[in-house]
Design a protein. Structure first.
Lengths: 343, 311
């Protein structure tokens, strides 16, 4: 294992645009699903990626894996540029990275046994001999808390949690350096969620795999991650240590997200967002969040804030107000500043 | 497995009994066989004699029981037209019909499935759109229109093929094509949508993300999974091997089961109609049984294994 501080993965300024058409003869409009996202991931570390549906989390995950080619920017994996999809180098790289999806039943081919599906990546990458594959599959199953005899089962014969374990065993079959987990627990029961998260942490401690943990579940992200990035409409708006970002968020959107975590005994005090939910096809000018932001100033509608380090505490945040460049609500007509529910 | 088969078989027999009953009721409701066969201006004594000879004076439930009992013993009755056993009349038409429907089924499978798979794999390409346009055209045009169109072009205008009759294999070409095209179009559409569904599944994306080459992923994961809904349609087509050619046989004056059915219905020849219905229902039921067994092979969720499994 090489130096832990050397970044395993570095994504710089990723942009992904889609062209969509409204109706048969509608005008083609450009949708920026991801609009300048930079990420760094080190070995043995977990980066949590948080944001609501449609903010570009999953697209970012696919570009990081090299499954989708960014329109701008680039991904470097172990200091090498991501090769174009389909090339032999790209295919070899598949063994070094893996992904886990939300729906474990959909991620498994219902006609094949668990064992056959875990062995598939080994066959594809020519790892081991056919003779010792059953033993390897058995070991992989035990590593994720299943029994070796589960290899003969079909996906429908396992419970939801067992299926996600099997999916994880398949993802780990080639001994990858990077695991992208796209909402890995949102389809599971709460009790199973905890088991799967513990399993991921265990696997990481044992193998040193780096994890990109994509989720909208803030508490799961806090438990899993060493760093957290909050995305809004294709951009990272805040990034930092989970405790800092999720306890004292600097960006108004992150504040609203954090205040939405339910707490027993708390009444009120939630920040309720008003305005339209974000639509990447009609991205507001300036700061994309300003139409829904209680602290927006006139500047926010004009200038797009950069993601930069805040002088006071070194937090990475993209907000004019958080950086003190403008006072909350400055230059706005008569906008009620406190959008908090009465406590 | 044996239990599964026995239950299926029992259900199949029940279906057949219902079909027989239905045929009996419908044919009796729609007219007096004695009048239809003897014609309305026959002497009353002749009609009475005909009724007595065929037991048409007995109460309906007695006729029904007698009929059912006879079928149970394998006696499907005699044609009221010429007194020959109905089963014999039907049996001698079966080969002619199969000579049309089996090649047509091969065309449907051989043309429809590859076209659907190709269209799905090249989604939104020119080829995909062309295939789908042809498919829509293929199954919206009724078979009698398509048949007449083919006759007009290949028999009347070009004179390459005969327009009707059953003297040689050349006579079978046009009816087989007419039957095949419509089915191929239906199958192409079903196969395409089944493939598209499977291609979008997370396990396909996962396989590709794991570095499985596209062709291997298609062969290993996509095709077998897409086969499951496609088998249903093929099974349905097999079920109509005997009855699916009624219209086409009429258009091309092909002496098969379909034409016999048309004639027998027009003549109220009860025994023949019932015999054909029973035969058609039996093929349909057999095809369904076959599909169920194939499902077990293709989809482990439906397989009744002895080992069982976790709930």
């Amino acid at each position: 294992m090489t130096d832990r501080d050397e970044p395993l993965l570095h994504a710089q300024g990723l942009v992904r645009r889609y062209a969509t058409r409204r109706g048969l003869f509608g005008r083609v409009t450009e949708v920026r699903a991801v609009d300048g996202v930079s990420l760094t991931l080190r070995r043995g570390r977990t980066l949590g990626l948080v944001g609501e549906s449609g903010c570009g989390k999953s697209t970012t995950g696919r570009m990081v894996l090299g499954l989708e080619v960014p329109d701008e920017g680039g991904v470097a994996f172990r200091n090498d540029r991501m090769p174009p999809p389909g090339t032999p180098e790209w295919r070899r790289l598949r063994a070094r990275m893996a992904m886990v999806y939300q729906d474990p039943l959909g991620a498994l081919d219902r006609r094949l046994t668990i064992g056959a599906q875990i062995a598939e990546p080994l066959e594809i990458h020519g790892l081991g001999t056919p003779a010792d594959r059953p033993a390897r599959v058995g070991a992989l199953l035990r590593d994720v808390g299943l029994r070796a005899d589960h290899a003969a089962r079909y996906p429908h014969e396992l419970s939801g949690g067992q299926r996600q374990r099997a999916v994880l065993a398949r993802a780990l079959a080639t001994g990858p350096d990077l695991l992208v987990c796209d909402e890995p627990i949102s389809a599971l029961d709460v009790s199973i969620q905890a088991q799967v998260m513990n399993l991921l942490s265990e696997v990481q401690a044992r193998t040193g795999v780096a994890i990109l943990f994509i989720s909208h579940d803030l508490r799961a992200v806090r438990q899993m991650s060493h760093r957290v990035a909050v995305m809004y409409l294709g951009r990272v708006v805040e990034e930092g240590e989970p405790d800092a970002v999720l306890h004292a968020p600097a960006h108004p959107y992150a504040q609203a997200l954090v205040s939405a975590i339910p707490h027993p005994g708390r009444t009120g005090g939630r920040i309720v967002l008003t305005g339209d939910p974000p639509n990447p096809a009609a991205r507001p000018a300036g700061c994309a969040f300003h139409p829904r932001c209680a602290q927006a100033a006139a500047l926010c509608a004009r200038a797009t804030p950069e993601l930069k380090r805040r002088a006071a505490d070194g937090r990475l945040v993209a907000c004019h107000v958080a950086h003190g460049e403008v006072a909350p609500g400055d230059g706005m007509a008569s906008r009620p500043i406190p959008a908090r529910e009465p406590a | 497995m044996l239990r599964f088969l026995l239950i299926r078989l029992a259900r199949a027999l029940l279906t057949l009994a219902l079909v027989v009953t239905f045929a009996f009721v419908v044919l009796r409701l729609s007219g007096d066989p004695a009048l239809l066969i003897m014609s309305a201006d026959a002497p009353p004594e002749a009609i009475a004699a005909f009724r007595a000879a065929w037991g048409l004076n007995d109460p309906l439930w007695q006729q029904y029981l007698r009929y059912f009992n006879a079928i149970f013993r394998g006696d499907l009755g005699q044609s009221m037209r010429d007194g020959r056993p109905a089963i014999e009349l039907v049996a001698e038409r079966v080969p002619a019909t199969l000579a049309l429907t089996i090649p047509a089924l091969l065309i449907k499978i051989g043309l429809g499935i590859p076209a659907g798979v190709y269209a799905a794999l090249h989604r939104n390409s020119f080829a995909d759109r062309a295939v789908m346009l042809l498919a829509v055209a293929g199954f919206t045009v009724p078979s009698f229109v398509l048949g007449l169109l083919l006759v007009l072009v290949f028999a009347v205008t070009l004179g390459w093929l005969p327009s009707g009759g059953q003297e040689s294999w050349r006579h079978a070409v046009l009816p087989v094509i007419t039957l095949g095209i419509g089915g191929a179009a239906v199958l192409a559409r079903f196969t395409r949508s089944a493939m598209l569904e499977v291609l979008g599944q997370p396990y396909m994306r996962t396989a590709l993300a794991k570095g499985v080459p596209w062709s291997v992923a298609v062969r290993r994961h996509a095709l077998p999974n897409a086969a499951i809904p496609t088998v249903t349609i093929v099974g349905f087509m097999m079920g109509s091997l005997l009855a699916g050619a009624v219209v086409v046989e009429s258009v091309f004056s092909w002496p098969g089961v379909g034409r016999l059915l048309v004639v027998a219905v027009a003549n109220r020849d009860l025994a023949v109609v019932q015999c054909i219905l029973l035969l058609v229902a039996a093929t349909m039921v057999m095809a369904n049984l076959l599909v169920d067994l194939l499902y077990g092979v293709l989809d482990p969720r439906l397989r009744l294994s002895a080992t069982g499994g976790a709930a």
